[in-house]
Design a protein around this ligand. Structure first.
Ligand SMILES: NC(=O)c1ccc[n+]([C@@H]2O[C@H](COP(=O)([O-])OP(=O)(O)OC[C@H]3O[C@@H](n4cnc5c(N)ncnc54)[C@H](OP(=O)(O)O)[C@@H]3O)[C@@H](O)[C@H]2O)c1
Length: 356
């Protein structure tokens, strides 16, 4: 008998944000085109790309990824893509065009989550599925975004917002459907954990941070990492998507490693303990915090070293579920978005086959 491969289902994808992660994703789609067709029966067509400087560029029949990458490599504008229509902003472009999936990989700050939040809301309200690595929109409005996805029959995935490409959110939400999350503890910032690990090896705080910057782990301005704000965003994402509870930044107690005194650091290492920035969600004890603190041997977070991250969730009726893995890097973030995109596209394709 000869196996007949199912015809690949065309899925339209708009990529808003063609920076490091967006570009990594486009390369992955290009490189895995055959596999996407043969293994997943998917034909992903990039109908739009957008950035801040050049706006939203669209071609109904699909844009060649190689053309986008060539323009980027040459330092030229995506506005130079041929036979395309163009809008000055992503929001205007999204409103005027059609797509099945939005990949939202812009940078959006903590005070309002924009422009990402508006992009995500617009897409979901129009039944467009969404994959994003942009943490603040999900931190500030994850419950609303999940509800919108449900109301409009769209998919919503944000795996790379916490622990980059290490699969976590889907495992702790869809993977635990029917169970009840009770408490969570985690190490959520790779830069800070690298700094803590080096300090245990007797590097000074300043030297450890400088090393993290040299290794490309820390931003040039590492304030949001070392003052705990980055981990607060990730804790808020976990609260929204795993516990279904929307938090505001002020709800979370915060003491980053930058707030520790010399004496505090010495104390954290006393008795063979290790310094960790621990994120805690403990609704029973009304405790929400990101705190640089000492952990003792035997604590699951004690062994989380270097750029590794980990989350330990107490679940009824399972007990403790722990996931650890690499926590930083554009390849990881890109891979997380790529996985989300494939999952969303397979879901759309399945629905298209059923309704055909
Ligand atoms: N890189 C990582 O390791 C990593 C890891 C986990 C999560 N993330 C998250 O993933 C997202 C993307 O990260 P990245 O490293 O790719 O950032 P990036 O290199 O700074 O790229 C951001 C992109 O978003 C575009 N953009 C900004 N505002 C826009 C707007 N209003 N409309 C359309 N496009 C807009 C930028 O356009 P211009 O180039 O014109 O400014 C740029 O193309 C961020 O939210 C980041 O926090 C990144």
């Amino acid at each position: 008998m000869v196996a007949v491969a199912a015809a690949a289902t065309p899925i339209r994808v708009s990529v808003v944000g063609v920076g490091v992660v967006g570009e990594w994703l486009l390369r992955a789609i290009d490189r895995h085109r055959e596999r996407l067709r043969d293994e997943y029966s998917l034909e992903l067509s990039i109908v739009a790309v957008a950035n801040r400087d050049h706006g939203f560029v669209y071609r109904e029949g699909g844009i060649e990824i190689a053309d986008v990458l060539a323009l980027k490599a040459a330092g030229a504008s995506i506005g130079e893509l041929e036979r395309t229509e163009r809008w000055p902003t992503a929001l205007a472009g999204l409103a005027a065009t059609e797509t099945d999936i939005l990949v939202e990989v812009t940078q959006s700050p903590s005070f309002d989550g924009e422009p990402g939040l508006s992009h995500l809301r617009h897409a979901l309200r129009h039944g467009v599925s969404v994959a994003t690595s942009n943490k603040w929109p999900v931190a500030l409005a994850g419950v609303e975004l999940s509800d919108l996805a449900g109301q409009h029959d769209a998919g919503f995935r944000a795996e790379s917002t916490v622990m980059s490409g290490t699969p976590l959110l889907a495992a702790l939400s869809a993977g635990l459907e029917g169970a009840a999350p009770l408490r969570l503890r985690g190490v959520l910032n790779a830069t800070v954990n690298y700094v803590c690990t080096r300090m245990a090896e007797r590097a000074s705080y300043a030297d450890a941070l400088a090393e993290a910057q040299q290794a490309g782990l820390a931003e040039r301005d590492p304030t949001a990492d070392v003052d705990g704000l980055d981990s607060v965003a990730k804790l808020m994402v976990l609260s929204a998507l795993v516990f279904g509870v929307q938090l505001e930044i002020e709800d979370v107690g915060r003491r980053g490693v930058s707030a520790l005194t010399e004496a505090g650091i010495e104390a954290a290492f006393a008795g063979g303990r290790r310094l960790r920035e621990v994120a805690t969600i403990d609704p029973g004890r009304r405790r929400l915090a990101v705190e640089a603190s000492a952990v003792a041997r035997g604590d699951p977070l004690f062994e989380v070293e270097g750029t590794k991250n980990a989350v330990s969730l107490e679940v009824d009726p399972l007990g403790e579920v722990a996931i650890s893995g690499p926590g930083a890097g554009p390849e990881l973030a890109g891979q997380g978005v790529f996985s989300d995109l494939i999952a969303l596209a397979r879901d759309r394709a399945e629905r298209a086959r059923w309704s055909a």
